[in-house]
Design a binder for this molecule. Structure first.
Ligand code: NDP
Length: 614
């Protein structure tokens, strides 16, 4: 960390020279621009291959041990919940606490867990601290074993919540909602499933996940490869052997390739490197990989925590991430370090009158300093200088998910691991035998796609794999064809009593479960209040929706930042020009904390501002 005096002299902001910094920020920016530009491609989000049709097997559930047999149901409930991940479970738990027991969870998978049900690849771990990420720790009394939990523990916690709140008897697994229609006369949604169920629900809450549908690169030959293939989110342990803890013993004599070096691949590659006969890592853009610094939970510390601690810790984390200074950084990790630096730098310098432009420049320099430190780890750890160089990321920290892992970089010192850097182009094509890059064919027995999930290329309903027909027969996919339109990120005009949980147009923080729980608490409070007052229909007015949309899509500090980023799903592969493009498609300008405070004020006012209520 640089000393504040470097930037503030006699109470006045002044940029340090390149000599003082040890690098030239302008040159750095040129390098970042160069690396971004050579990755931009005209097909942008259309570059990916849909997994419909004959590629649908990439989406099949490899974790199901038995098919659930049951008769189709016809029933009427207060709330139908789509999705049994943490979002769906949180709304169910908060409804249960509020005394609303009449709900059903409908889930495609064979169990609870959502992303942690599907993503069982070796090394799968949550990079947000377990004490704030694992929901309902206070309520279930569970102590996570580590500061950063691995997938089996997270999935087991989802099951624990399912038992604690008695959710299993009120859930339909291996069941997919295919169609939902609003029946205005009855003021209910008619929800139909692939099991022939017909469920009439006063309210529907959708928490179907934002990164749930695997995507593949749209490269020639994707159907030609004759070896074994699968996507990381549908890991095939029958083929690899081992478990999420690693020890992939069936790969010992295999030539294995993995395409992608994002947050998922970073965690799986150390296990593949340890097990495979030979591993080829096909890289288009390197990830920024910082230290993990994991450690076991201290039981004495955990025991000393008093009720409400998890909420306080989450608030503390979220405050830091929106630039609010706190007395103590409770989480104190790579995330909070990234956010704290600017505040710490200015604190006590007396330089309170910086212009927005000066703050922007400072932020940029701090990002470069951070990136330099992360890049230096490649030189320190990776022995082959060419490989070390190729593993360095050249984009600012929030352009892609920052990664934290202690085993990833050392994996490239193994003699059986080869980094195939494609210089930002991506792999050329697949053949029957393997992968081609720059005219060289890499023959493989197994090819693993760590190529992420459908985000911006699909319409919402395609991603969620269902049709939603609102009032007057309007389809949600059509209504959102040019981007999501919501009021508070939660409801849309023309779709009464339909509630969305997720990132979009809400208040962002990297701890997704914090957002989901806040949304669940909000919805449970609203449902309780409407029930008490005898309201049956809630729907945002068009005017309120448009006013809100203007607020969340107005340009803000992140708009330029993301527009200048290397391509990725955050910025619609480099095409995002406004705050309504890319992954978040708009977010509350003042961040997570302010957003949920605003929702609390809205509830307290009790006038349902912006909604038409009957
Ligand atoms: P990503 O979309 O982040 O990464 C996909 C990878 O595939 C990128 O490296 C991409 O390169 C690469 N790729 C795509 N097409 C090609 C091609 N034609 N040739 C070569 N490479 C290609 O998916 P992930 O599954 O890694 O992560 C998705 C998200 O899941 C993360 O951003 C994070 O939010 C979440 N996650 C969270 C974790 C946690 O700890 N909480 C852990 C793991 C994932 P390029 O970068 O050039 O596009």
């Amino acid at each position: 960390m640089n000393k504040p005096q470097q930037f503030v002299r006699n109470g006045k902001f002044q940029l340090p020279s390149a000599a003082e910094l040890g690098f030239d920020p302008l040159e750095m920016r040129r390098k970042y621009d160069f690396e971004r530009d050579r990755r931009l491609r005209p097909d942008a989000t259309a570059q990916y291959q849909d997994i419909d049709g004959d590629l649908h097997r990439y989406n099949d559930d490899p974790h199901v041990t038995e098919q659930i047999e049951r008769a189709a149901v016809q029933e009427t409930v207060e709330v139908a919940i789509l999705g049994g991940g943490f979002g769906g479970m949180l709304i169910a738990a908060r409804l249960e606490e509020a005394g609303i027991h009449d709900f059903r969870i409908i889930e495609r998978a064979g169990d609870f867990g959502g992303t942690w049900y599907w993503n069982r690849y070796p090394g799968a771990q949550c990079d947000v601290e377990s004490y704030i990420y694992l929901p309902l720790l206070d309520e279930t009394g569970y102590m996570p074993s580590l500061k950063y939990s691995f997938q089996p523990e997270i999935h087991a916690h989802a099951q624990r919540i399912g038992h604690h709140f008695n959710l299993y008897p009120r859930s339909y697994f291996q069941t997919q909602v295919r169609d939902m229609r609003w029946d205005d006369a009855q003021a209910r949604w008619i929800v139909t499933t692939d099991r022939g169920d017909v469920i009439q629900a006063r309210h529907v809450v959708i928490s179907s996940g934002s990164l749930n549908r695997p995507k593949l690169p749209g490269i020639p030959g994707i159907r030609d490869f004759k070896g074994h293939t699968f996507h990381t989110s549908r890991w095939d342990y029958d083929y690899t052997g081992g478990s999420p803890a690693g020890k992939l013993d069936r790969l010992a004599n295999k030539r294995v390739g993995i395409i992608g070096t994002g947050a998922t691949a970073i965690q799986a590659i150390p296990h593949l490197g340890a097990a495979a006969g030979h591993l080829y890592v096909f890289q288009r853009t390197p990830s920024s990989v910082d230290e993990r610094r994991n450690r076991p939970t201290d039981p004495a510390w955990y025991k000393s925590l008093t009720p409400g601690w998890q909420q306080d810790r989450n608030d503390n984390f979220t405050k830091l991430l929106v630039g609010v200074q706190v007395d103590e950084d409770l989480v104190n990790d790579g995330w909070t370090e990234l956010f704290k630096s600017l505040g710490e730098l200015l604190d006590g310098t007396g330089a309170t009158n910086l212009t927005d432009e000066e703050l922007k420049q400072l932020g940029e320099i701090l990002d470069y300093q951070h990136d330099n430190r992360v890049r230096a780890r490649c030189d320190d750890i990776v022995k082959d200088p060419k490989t070390a160089e190729a593993l360095k990321h050249w984009y600012r920290p929030w352009c892609k998910r920052p990664c934290f892992n202690d085993e990833y970089l050392p994996t490239f010192n193994r003699p059986n691991v080869t980094l195939v850097d494609t210089g930002g182009k991506g792999v050329d094509r697949l053949t029957a035998k393997g992968v081609v890059v720059d005219g060289v064919e890499y023959e493989l027995d197994c090819l693993i796609f760590a190529t992420g999930f459908e985000v911006s290329r699909a319409t919402y309903t395609h991603q969620a794999e269902l049709e939603i027909v609102g009032r007057d027969g309007v389809k949600l996919g059509d209504y959102w064809a040019n981007g999501m339109r919501t009021y508070h990120g939660l409801m849309s005009h023309g779709f009464p009593n339909l509630h969305h949980m997720g990132f979009t147009q809400t208040g962002y923080t990297p701890n997704f479960t914090y957002q989901l729980d806040k949304q669940a608490q909000h919805l449970a409070a609203v449902f309780t209040d409407t029930r008490n007052r005898g309201y049956t229909v809630l729907e945002p007015t068009l005017e309120a929706e448009e006013t809100y949309l203007r607020l969340v899509t107005a340009p803000n500090a992140m708009t330029d930042y993301l527009a200048n980023c290397t391509p990725g799903y955050y910025n619609a592969e480099g095409t995002a020009k406004s705050n309504n493009d890319g992954f978040l498609q708009g977010h509350y300008p003042e961040g997570g904390l302010a957003f949920y405070e605003m929702l609390a004020r809205w509830r307290e006012a009790g006038d349902y501002a912006g909604l038409r209520v009957r």
